[in-house]
Design a protein around this ligand. Structure first.
Ligand code: SF4
Length: 102
């Protein structure tokens, strides 16, 4: 009985160690600006911008794959301006702001 408990403790400790190391090695930096931009886009997910839905467009803007919010035709001009102002004034994880046009 004691051997079984010891084996379970050792196996549990090793699994915890493996998971801890994996969480450090495979850590992905999340850019919170993507979620904020998604909330400012229309949310229609029509694909008219050329990206896979509004999330794709937000990721493209934040990654600078495009710097033009006007690719989103359904978005109103005041929303485009807000998105551009937000991205031009909010630094990402690297501490840099973007250069985005409405
Ligand atoms: S065009 Fe605008 S509403 Fe349509 S998927 Fe692209 S970002 Fe979303």
């Amino acid at each position: 009985m004691l051997n079984a408990v010891l084996v379970m403790l050792v196996v549990g400790g090793l699994m915890g160690l493996v998971l801890g190391v994996a969480s450090i090695v495979f850590h992905v930096e999340i850019d919170n600006r993507i979620d904020q931009v998604i909330s400012m886009l229309p949310g229609i997910n029509c694909g008219g911008c050329g990206y896979a839905g509004c999330k794709g467009m937000a990721e493209a803007l934040v990654s600078q794959d495009t710097n033009t919010v006007s690719l989103c035709k359904p978005s109103k001009m005041d929303a485009k301006i807000k998105i551009a102002e937000y991205l031009n004034s909010t630094p990402g994880p690297d501490g840099k702001v973007l250069n985005v046009k409405p």
